[in-house]
Design a protein around this ligand. Sequence first.
Ligand code: MN
Length: 167
Amino acid sequence: MNALVKLILCTTALHATLVAAAEPQAGASAASASAQQIIRAGEQPSAAGPTEYFTGRVRIDPVWPADEGISASGGLVTFEPGARSAWHTHPAGQRLVVTSGVGLTQEWSKPVQLIRPGDVVWCPPGVKHWHGAAPDTAMTHLAVTGTVDGKNVTWMEKVSDEQYEAR
Ligand code: MN
């Protein structure tokens, strides 16, 4: 074996060792500021909306968490017909983008509003409101919710049937 081949083999082995050593760190620091990251479909389990905060069947599919770079989380929330959130406020506000179905939303002391795919709802900080599906049709929205000191919602009382049906 000549010297050049030895050098290449040695360099290749060293490179492989360095890459192997670096890989666990790269995986651990997934939120590295300089590396693109792809969260694959199927890596973020769906969860049921807790019965303390929702009426009816609700599914939450996490999309992205709030972090130091963008202090707002994203989540897809699917409400079965008649299902809705409890009354609540958000400390930094929330944007809702309806992606399918027909929904309802209401700000405290204002009329219930019908919302449809493509509609974008802005819920200002501290404004009491709820959102959910129409009585006979499911609704899914993307919820982009700002975080303040690790908190993004203050839950209140449930939306009564009388409030839900007042249209
Ligand atoms: Mn909300």
